[in-house]
Design a protein around this ligand. Structure first.
Ligand code: NAD
Ligand code: DAU
Length: 352
């Protein structure tokens, strides 16, 4: 197998840690560098099982630091980039939009520029893969799906920053011939998901018998994909997609928030040995998210048809596996919900 030197950004985060593990274990001939600033969302505990592998390296650093990024590319001579580092939580983007513009837009532009400078005389075999979101397409009504041709219509500071970063990636492809690929994925769930997002937040709250906050009427719809299936898709796209292409990734798995939470409550009652209906009593409707997108749903047929990827896991099984992981990893959950998490939670949910 060919030797490669690959930069993964955001590898200590939720999706990044699953992608890093998959690449480290599957490609012993690759030298992998995980660059992560270790913000509140980055956690090296996500990677303890691979930390000592000979093909894995961790670098603490910030993608918004232009000089640092230029020097890093010159030093390690990467031939591939998997770019996942981002500010990723919509609610935080509503309170602090500038942090999202800085990391998601400027950070991506820095990486693109460094790759362009390093590869300018020989783009052969190089690849810059930008991992993005379905939120760039906006919000659907009851009908229809996001395809790769759906016009961009981002509606939160988070999705606007991701849309902007996607545009920069395409601009570097068209202007400089940078060998890029982009994927836009729906909502992920699974192990190591930071408990600011709906599913792990609800698991943590149920565990502690705290209210489960449901925004608005709970009728908003998301299309959930097991994080390991996203990592598999990223592997396939990185290795086989045609340069310049975009792929949507999704789970064919739409749920209203309230139905999803009711299902999760049933699983938690069983796993915790609590009488049926106990967890559902914690469901609490709170004021809606500003600009709350109604429905996301992905048409992933291009990826399935052209690259042969399909999701591997049914939601029932995936959700149960996820609950099992959180209950077996209490220390992980306790560590990430101590300290700053408490003040975030209070600010976000008190008097809502
Ligand atoms: P996450 O918030 O769990 O992790 C983000 C990681 O990036 C963290 O480890 C953090 O420390 C790091 N990071 C943040 N700012 C940085 C900076 N300036 N420099 C270096 N590292 C920095 O996010 P996630 O949910 O794993 O998402 C990963 C990527 O996938 C993001 O680009 C996100 O937009 C995209 N995405 C996420 C989902 C989802 O459901 N979570 C779905 C589709 C796409
Ligand atoms: O679609 C992909 C996107 O999915 C990713 O790009 C984002 O990084 C990721 O965070 C996720 O965005 P969402 O906003 O859809 O995920 P979140 O878990 O924050 O919310 C899921 C739904 O649940 C959404 O309709 C808002 C609602 N919600 C969320 C929280 C945190 C609640 O009702 N209560 C809550 O406390």
């Amino acid at each position: 197998m060919k030797k490669r030197t690959i930069l993964i950004t955001g590898g200590a985060g939720f999706i990044g840690s699953h992608v890093t593990r998959l690449f480290v274990n599957k490609y012993p001939n690759y030298t992998l560098y995980n660059l992560d600033a270790l913000t509140y969302a980055g956690n090296l505990e996500n990677l303890t099982d691979i930390a000592n592998k000979p093909n894995y390296n961790f670098i603490k650093g910030d993608i918004t630091d232009e000089i640092f990024i230029q020097e890093l590319f010159q030093k390690y001579q990467f031939d591939g980039v998997l770019h996942l580092a981002a500010e990723s939580h919509v609610d935080r983007s509503i309170t602090d939009p500038l942090a999202f513009i800085k990391t998601n837009v400027l950070g991506t532009a820095n990486l693109l520029t460094a790759a362009k400078n390093l590869w300018k005389n020989n783009m052969e075999g190089k690849r810059f893969y930008h991992i993005s979101t379905d939120e760039v397409y906006g919000s659907l009504g009851k009908e229809g799906f996001f395809t790769e041709e759906t016009p961009y219509d981002p509606r939160s500071p988070y999705s606007a920053s991701k849309a902007s970063s996607d545009h920069f990636v395409r601009a570097y492809y068209h202007t400089y011939g940078l060998p890029v690929v982009i994927s836009n994925c729906s909502n992920n769930y699974g192990a190591n998901h930071f408990p600011e997002k709906l599913i792990p937040l609800a698991i943590n709250n149920i565990k502690h018998s705290k209210p489960i906050p449901i925004y608005g009427k709970g009728e908003n719809i998301r299309d959930w994909l097991w994080v390991n299936d996203h990592a598999r898709a990223i592997d396939v796209i990185f290795h086989t997609a045609k340069i310049g292409e975009t792929y949507n990734i999704g789970g064919h798995n739409e749920w209203t928030n309230i139905d999803l939470i009711k299902k999760l409550c049933e699983i938690m009652d069983t796993k915790l040995g609590r009488p049926k209906g106990t967890s559902a009593q914690l469901i609490t409707y709170v004021s809606d998210r500003a600009g709350h997108d109604m429905r996301y749903a992905i048409d992933a047929s291009k990826l399935e048809r052209e690259l042969g990827w399909t999701p591997s896991l049914q939601f029932d099984e995936g959700l149960e596996k996820t609950v099992d992981w959180y209950l077996a990893n209490e220390e992980w959950l306790d560590n990430v919900t101590s300290g700053n998490y408490q003040s975030y939670y209070e600010k976000q949910y008190t008097d809502r």
